[in-house]
Design a protein around this ligand. Structure first.
Ligand SMILES: NC(=O)c1ccc[n+]([C@@H]2O[C@H](COP(=O)([O-])OP(=O)(O)OC[C@H]3O[C@@H](n4cnc5c(N)ncnc54)[C@H](OP(=O)(O)O)[C@@H]3O)[C@@H](O)[C@H]2O)c1
Length: 298
C-alpha cells in the first residue's frame, strides 16, 4: 500500500477555522466530493471536523473507508516555552486526537514541525510504532528539511511517507522537492493560494506576507491574473492546477461554499511555456508562518 495511490489529490485545509466552521465545511466538502480533510491538534477544531464527518457518515454521503483524514501532533517548541514531546507524550497526543475526532484510526498522522531538535527521532519512532500497530495508515512529517530527513536516515529508520510543506509559485523549494521525489516521499503542498489578494485577509490572520507581495496580488499585471484570463478560469484555479501538474497533493482552505466548489471542480492543463513562466516567480522561503519559516529550523 503506497500513499501515492491512496491520497486524494485535493483535500480540505482547516487551519484558522473555528470548530463550527470546520463542522460545516467538512460536511459541505464531502457533499461536493472532497475525501481528504486536514486538521491538527493545534487547530483546535478536531471536534468540529468530527461532527461534520459524523453527519456525512450518518447521511450516507460516504463510508469511512472512502475518507482520508489527516491530523498532526505538535512536537513542542522550547522557544515558545513548550516542552519537547517524548515518545509517550506523542502517544498521548495521538489518543486525544483520536478521541476528539471520534475515529478508531486516522489515515495520515504527521509531526507538525521539526522544532523538537532533541526529540525528533524519539517522536518519529512513536509514529513508526503507531503505523506498525495499524492505528494510522501512513506516517509523515510537515515542514522537515533535508537535514531532518538525514537524521532519520542516519538512525536507520524508515522514512516518512509524506512531507507536508509550504509550496506555491512564490515558494517553490526546488532542492527539497527534488530530494523528496528522489526518496519517493509524497509531497503535500500547503498554502497554495498565498499569491492571491484574498489570502488571509481577516484580522489576526498573520503571516510574513509583505506589503509589496500584497500589492502584487492586486495588480492587473499579476501573472496569475493573466493566465486566469488566458485559460478562462479563476486565479485560484491557476495556482491549484500548477501544484497538481507537479504531482503535489493540495489542501485549499475556505469557509465559503462557492469557493469550496471552485477549488475542487476545474479541468484544464497549463501549457509547458506557462509552467516555465510560473517557475520564474519563485521568491525563496516560506511566508505563511508568522514566527518564521519552519523549514529553517536547525
Ligand atoms: N503543516 C503546516 O504547517 C501548515 C501550515 C499552513 C497550512 N497548512 C494546511 O494547509 C491548508 C491550506 O493552507 P492555508 O490555510 O494557509 O491557505 P490556502 O488554502 O492557501 O488559502 C486560504 C485563504 O485563501 C482564501 N481562499 C480560499 N479559496 C479561495 C478562492 N477560491 N478564491 C479566493 N480566495 C480563496 C481563504 O479565504 P476564505 O476562507 O475567506 O475563503 C483564505 O484566506 C491549511 O488550512 C492547513 O490545513 C498546514
Amino acid at each position: 500500500m503506497t500513499i501515492h495511490s491512496n491520497i486524494p489529490s485535493i483535500g480540505l485545509g482547516t487551519y484558522m477555522m473555528s470548530p463550527d466552521e470546520a463542522e460545516m465545511m467538512t460536511y459541505e466538502a464531502i457533499k461536493i466530493g472532497y475525501r481528504h480533510i486536514d486538521t491538527a491538534e493545534v487547530y483546535r477544531n478536531e471536534q468540529g471536523v468530527a461532527k461534520g464527518l459524523e453527519k456525512a457518515l450518518t447521511d450516507g454521503l460516504v463510508s469511512r473507508s472512502e475518507l482520508f483524514i489527516t491530523t498532526k501532533v505538535f512536537p513542542g517548541n522550547e522557544m515558545w516555552g513548550q516542552n519537547q514531546k517524548s515518545f509517550d507524550d506523542v502517544m498521548e497526543s495521538f489518543d486525544n486526537s483520536l478521541k476528539r475526532l471520534k475515529l478508531d484510526y486516522v489515515d495520515l498522522y504527521l509531526i507538525h514541525s521539526a522544532h523538537a531538535n532533541k526529540k525528533r527521532i524519539e517522536q518519529w519512532k512513536a509514529l513508526v510504532e503507531l503505523k506498525d500497530s495499524g492505528k494510522i495508515s501512513f506516517a509523515g512529517v510537515a515542514n522537515w528539511n533535508i537535514n531532518h530527513f538525514q537524521e532519520i536516515n542516519d538512525a536507520n529508520l524508515s522514512l516518512p511517507d509524506t512531507n507536508q510543506i509550504e509550496l506555491h509559485p512564490w515558494a517553490q523549494q526546488p532542492e527539497l522537492v527534488k530530494f523528496l521525489q528522489d526518496k519517493n516521499v509524497h509531497i503535500i503542498a500547503y498554502s497554495s493560494l498565498v499569491p492571491l489578494s484574498t489570502w488571509r485577509q481577516k484580522d489576526g490572520e498573520n503571516s510574513l506576507k509583505t506589503k509589496d507581495m500584497e500589492n502584487e496580488g492586486f495588480s492587473d499585471e499579476s501573472l496569475f491574473k493573466i493566465l486566469a484570463n488566458k485559460y478562462n478560469v479563476k486565479e485560484s484555479q491557476v495556482l491549484l492546477q500548477w501544484a497538481l501538474q507537479l504531482k503535489y497533493a493540495i489542501l485549499p482552505k475556505t469557509i465559503k461554499i462557492p469557493r469550496l466548489k471552485e477549488n475542487f471542480h476545474f479541468s484544464f492543463v497549463i501549457e509547458e511555456e506557462d509552467m516555465l513562466l510560473i517557475q520564474k516567480e519563485n521568491k525563496g522561503g516560506g511566508i505563511t508562518w508568522e514566527w518564521g519559516d519552519p523549514l529553517l529550523v536547525k
